[in-house]
Design a protein around this ligand. Structure first.
Ligand code: GLN
Length: 447
C-alpha cells in the first residue's frame, strides 16, 4: 500500500532519491517468515521506513544529495538502521536532502527539489526535507533524519509532522556521513508524538563504534506518554518572540502555551541571553568542521571522479569543482578560512567560546524551567526558488534551532495548526540534556 502511494505522489513530491521496491519486499518476506516460524516479535515488524540519504545502508546508494557521491554504495550499515532492522522495520528507500545536509529548503540537492506535500509551490524545509515530505505525504510510516542545526525540526515544522533531535550522543553517528561532527544527531520524523517516542526508543543505543555515544540509564521513551503536564515549568524566551517572527507563528506559540497552562503547567516568559550570537557561532563551527570532514571526497577512494585530468592535483581540483554544488563550496571556503592561521583565534576560537557561553545560558534557564517553548522557524514554508538567492537570509532562518545543537540539547518540533495559506505551523520544545521524556510528555498534550 505504501509503495502504491509512493507511485501516486512521487512524480510531484520527489521525496526519494532511491526507492528499493524489490529489497522492501524481500525484507518484508523475511520478517514474515521469522514471525511464522515463531522466532520474531519485533515491535516494527513489516513497518515501512524511509531513511535520509546521508545515512549508510550496506550495498545501497547513499548520495548525500551530492553528485560527488552519485555512485557511492557503502560497505556497512549505520547503527541506527541496524537497530530499526532488528525491530523488524522494512527500509523502502533513501530520501532527498540538501547537499551534505547544508541548507534549509532541500533545494540544494543534486537530485532536484522536494516539494511540500501541503502546497507543491512551497519548499518542504531542510535539510531532511525528503524524510519529512515522505511522512507528510504518507509515502512511509516514519523516517530517519539528521539534525546539525535544525534539519529535523525545521522541515518537520514546514511539513506538519513531528520531528525530534535527541541529546547529542543518544543515537549512534556510526554510518551517518559527517557534516559538523560535534553537532550532528540522527533522529525520528513521525506522523504523531507516540510514533516519535517509539522510534526514538528503538534507534537510541550505546555504541562503541561512535566515540561520542553516551550510555543512558533508560531508553523507554514511550513511558512519557501520560497525558499529564501538571506542575511542569515552561519558559518562553522573550528573545524568541516578536521581532523577525511571523505574526501567525507567534500566535500559534502563544496558543500552544495556553494549552499547557490549561492542563496544569506553569508558563512564564524569560530572557535567554546570547541567542543573537547563535547564528554566527553556528555557521563558523559547522563550516569549520564541514571543511575538514569533506576533505575525504577527493575522487581517489570512492565516489565521483572527473573524466579527464592532467595529474593528481588537477584530478582533485576538477573532481571537487564538478562534484560539489555552490552551497557546499561556500561552506568549505568559509570553514577553511576560519581555521586558517591568523584567523583561527579571531573566528573559530571565538565561536567555540560563544558556544560555551550559550550552553551556560541554557544551564541557567533549566535551573528554573523543565521545558523551553518557542517557534521552530520564523515563518511557515517559503515558496520554491525564493531562498537560494540570498544565503545570509536563509542562514538567519535557523535562528531558533541552531543554539540547541551548540548546547547538545534535545528538542522537538510539533505541529499545532496551519497559517492562513494552509501551511503547517510547528512549535519547538527544548529540554535539558537527557530530558527527551519531558519533551515528549509536553508534546503529547497536542495529540
Ligand atoms: N540549515 C542549517 C545548515 O545549513 C542546518 C542544517 C542541518 O541541520 N543539517 O547548516
Amino acid at each position: 500500500a505504501v509503495l502504491d502511494r509512493v507511485k501516486e505522489v512521487e512524480p510531484e513530491v520527489n521525496s526519494y532519491v532511491t526507492l528499493d521496491e524489490e529489497g522492501a519486499f524481500q525484507q518484508a518476506e523475511e520478517v514474515q517468515r521469522l514471525i511464522e516460524a515463531g522466532e520474531f516479535t519485533g515491535p516494527l515488524a513489516g513497518v515501512p521506513v524511509a531513511v535520509k540519504d546521508n545515512i549508510c545502508i550496506e550495498g545501497q546508494l547513499t548520495t548525500c544529495g551530492s553528485r560527488i557521491l552519485s555512485n557511492f554504495k557503502p560497505v556497512y550499515t549505520a547503527e541506527a538502521v541496524l537497530n530499526l532492522k532488528k525491530a523488524g522495520a522494512v527500509v523502502i528507500g533513501k530520501t532527498n536532502m540538501d547537499e551534505f545536509a547544508m541548507g534549509s529548503t532541500t533545494e540544494t540537492s543534486y537530485y532536484g527539489s522536494t516539494k511540500n506535500p501541503h502546497n507543491l509551490n512551497h519548499v518542504p524545509g531542510g535539510s531532511s526535507g525528503g524524510s519529512c515530505a515522505a511522512v507528510a505525504a504518507r509515502e512511509c510510516y516514519y523516517a530517519l533524519g539528521s539534525d546539525t542545526g535544525g534539519s529535523i525540526r525545521q522541515p518537520s515544522s514546514f511539513c506538519g509532522v513531528v520531528g525530534l533531535k535527541p541529546t547529542y550522543g543518544t543515537v549512534s553517528r556510526y554510518g551517518l556521513v559527517a557534516y559538523g561532527s560535534s553537532l550532528d544527531q540522527i533522529g525520528p520524523v513521525a506522523k504523531d508524538v507516540p510514533d516519535c517516542a517509539a522510534i526514538l526508543e528503538i534507534i537510541s543505543s550505546h555504541d562503541t563504534k561512535d566515540s561520542t555515544s553516551v550510555k543512558r540509564k533508560n531508553y523507554h521513551f514511550t513511558e512519557a506518554l501520560t497525558e499529564d503536564v501538571k506542575g511542569l515549568k515552561i519558559g518562553i524566551p522573550r528573545d524568541y518572540m516578536g521581532k523577525g517572527l511571523d505574526k501567525e507563528v507567534e500566535e500559534a506559540v502563544r496558543k500552544a502555551a495556553k494549552v499547557l497552562e490549561e492542563n496544569g503547567a506553569i508558563v512564564e516568559e524569560f530572557d535567554l541571553s546570547l541567542v543573537q550570537y547563535a547564528i554566527p557561532a553556528y555557521y563558523v563551527i559547522a563550516s569549520a568542521e564541514a571543511s575538514s570532514n569533506l576533505e575525504r571526497f577527493d575522487g581517489v577512494k570512492y565516489g565521483y571522479r572527473t573524466a579527464d585530468y592532467r595529474d593528481l592535483h588537477n584530478m582533485y581540483k576538477k573532481t571537487r569543482s564538478e562534484g560539489f554544488g555552490a552551497e557546499v563550496k561556500r561552506r568549505i571556503m568559509l570553514g577553511s578560512f576560519v581555521l586558517s592561521s591568523g584567523y583561527y583565534d579571531a573566528y573559530y576560537l571565538k565561536a567555540l567560546r560563544t558556544k560555551a557561553l550559550i550552553k551556560q545560558a541554557f544551564d541557567r534557564a533549566f535551573e528554573k524551567y523543565d521545558v523551553i517553548l518557542g517557534p521552530t522557524a520564523p515563518s511557515t514554508a517559503p515558496e520554491l526558488g525564493k531562498s537560494l538567492t540570498d544565503p545570509m537570509k536563509m542562514y538567519l532562518g535557523d535562528i531558533y534551532t541552531v543554539a540547541v545543537n551548540l548546547a547538545g540539547l534535545p528538542a522537538m518540533s510539533v505541529p499545532v495548526g496551519k497559517d492562513s495559506r494552509g501551511l503547517p505551523i510547528g512549535i519547538q520544545l527544548i529540554g535539558n540534556s537527557f530530558q527527551e521524556k519531558t519533551l515528549l510528555r509536553a508534546a503529547y498534550m497536542y495529540e
